[in-house]
Design a protein around this ligand. Structure first.
Ligand code: KIV
Ligand code: ZN
Length: 515
């Protein structure tokens, strides 16, 4: 059986997509989760893009040891030097250089002739190779490139030392038959291709990214590039969880599998969604809330008689919490740790303490705490006051006054602690959330705009935990995502708002309260 390498680009192509930006601690947390998931390569960023990108690639290179860590670079010395500087401390570093090879890109974007492109590949792959042994070369817009010229580009890259040749469908235009045929053609026409990995990187503009990637496996690709939840430029990239579960579920059909620990799939998907605030569609394959739900009576009857009637995968296989054993207010730290470990979460003593405190206060309000509740507590531990990564403000409490009469305003009193100082204010608003956010803005003396706000129930019961996600826009135009959790949905909303503000303050490095 063929072993397919998984090249995860959630932190590079994925992070480039609107609304998916992450700060440094979030990127590191995601990278560690990708390592637990068992991806072979993490593309940690595009080091030359900004000092922040450089810093994050470097930090990720130091934070993971099992995976290869790659940085993207255009075919220029400056890009390659920045990429190498960022990944050189990694246990397994890789430089990923790319250059467009389609006529339209060469003429209008690069303004280079075919000869110049061929020479640049030889020179820059060679230069990258002089710094790092593991070089990947991507021919951007490969699927719209002239096959014979593309084969020449790849032959030059192999001769200059590339160990992986990536064939992107950059604009998501191809069909599975075309992608498969292109891989077959390249295998026949690229010199030395039998000694290197053949990779593909498919975008989802026509909804074909996963199908195209799988067709490439059938034609001989040995590496697939993808992202968690399929995030990425425009309509996104091929979704990691869909690729992996296709290969796992139809192993004998593809005669191929990956090294992914599928039990970590759901957790990776949830973590990314809780960091970025980008919700997962309920009908999303593998990780959507309805992916394993059976609504129709006929289906339910069939599944009860034999799950195989309607289930081709088991939800436990992708790590969806089974909600069988529940904890309550009498459960201790030991039981909490055991339950979390059975769900695949191994926390340090400090992290466990943070989750345990939140668990205790939740257990005062909610009788049965399920696996899904615990999972949300773990995912939100970054946002609590006890977390080492928490920002400058902490919610102490709030009090809401509402009326059923539209002529009477809703008022909210909010008390925060900021760097040891207590701040409080009361504001009126069109509703409790509006009033609370107005009070917070005023007491902090900040001018931020609420871009979006959503609330979801973590479980279905009436004392369900509400998860609030806000996106706030700072005066400098940057957008920050904040998330908050509580059985009281106004409290989750305030927590989410404060979490977004803390990220903004952390970025601006301004933690001083107003005079
Ligand atoms: O879509 C694309 O072609 C890319 C390359 C840089 C690999 O993201
Ligand atoms: Zn891409």
């Amino acid at each position: 059986m063929k072993r397919i390498k998984i090249f995860d680009t959630t932190l590079r192509d994925g992070e480039q997509s609107p609304g998916c930006s992450m700060n440094l601690p979030e990127k590191i947390e995601m990278a560690k989760q990708l390592e637990r998931l068992g991806v072979d390569i993490i593309e940690a960023g595009f080091a030359i893009a900004s000092p922040m990108d450089h810093k994050s690639v470097k930090a990720i290179a130091g934070a993971v040891s099992k995976c290869t860590v790659a940085s993207l670079a255009r075919c220029t010395k400056g890009d390659i030097d920045a990429a190498w500087d960022a990944v050189k401390e990694a246990k397994h570093p890789r430089i990923h250089v790319f250059l467009a090879t389609s006529d339209i890109h060469m003429e209008y974007k690069l303004k280079m002739t075919r000869e110049q492109v061929l020479q640049r590949i030889t020179d820059m792959v060679g230069y990258a190779k002089s710094l790092c042994d593991d070089i990947e070369f991507s021919a951007e817009d490969a699927s719209r490139s002239e096959p014979a010229f593309l084969a020449q580009c790849f032959s030059n890259a192999v001769a200059a030392g590339a160990k992986t040749l990536n064939v992107p469908d950059t604009v998501g235009y191809s069909t599975p038959q075309e992608m498969g045929a292109l891989i077959t053609y390249l295998r026949e026409h690229v010199e030395g291709i039998e000694n290197v990995d053949i990779s593909t990187h498919c975008h989802n503009d026509l909804g074909m990214a996963v199908a195209n990637s799988l067709a490439c496996v059938q034609a001989g690709a040995t590496q697939l590039e993808c992202t968690v939840n399929g995030i990425g430029e425009r309509a996104g990239n091929a979704s990691l969880e869909e690729i992996v579960m296709n290969l796992r579920t139809r192993r004998t059909f593809y005669n191929a599998d990956t090294g992914i620990n599928t039990k970590q799939i759901y957790r990776s998907s949830k973590l990314l969604s809780s960091i970025t605030g980008v919700a997962i569609a309920p009908s999303k394959a593998i990780v959507g809330a309805n992916a394993f739900a059976h609504e129709s009576g006929i289906h339910q009857h069939g599944v009860l008689a034999n799950p195989l009637t309607y289930e081709i995968m088991n939800s436990a296989e992708v790590g969806i919490p089974q909600n069988t054993m529940v904890l309550g207010k009498h459960s201790g730290k030991h039981a909490l740790r055991e339950k979390l470990e059975s769900m695949g979460y191994e926390l340090t003593d400090e992290e466990l303490e943070v989750v345990f405190q939140r668990f205790k206060s939740m257990a005062d309000k909610k009788k049965n705490i399920t696996g899904s509740d615990l999972e949300s507590l773990v995912l939100h531990r970054r946002n609590t006051s006890m977390s080492t990564q928490s920002g400058a403000c902490r919610l102490i409490g709030h009090l809401i006054n509402t009326s059923t009469s539209s002529s009477l305003p809703t008022t909210s009193y909010v008390k925060l602690e900021r760097d040891g100082l207590f701040l409080e204010d009361v504001a009126v608003g069109s509703g409790p959330v509006d009033a609370s956010f107005t009070a917070i803005n005023r007491m902090l003396g900040i001018n931020i705009r609420l871009e979006s706000f959503s609330l979801n129930a973590v479980t279905d019961d009436k004392d369900a935990i509400g998860e609030a996600i806000v996106k706030v826009k700072a005066p400098n135009g940057e957008t920050y995502t904040g998330t908050g959790l509580s059985t009281d949905i106004i409290e989750s909303s305030i927590r989410a708002y404060v979490n977004g503000i803390n990220k903004m303050l952390e970025d601006a490095g301004q933690t001083e309260p107003k005079e």
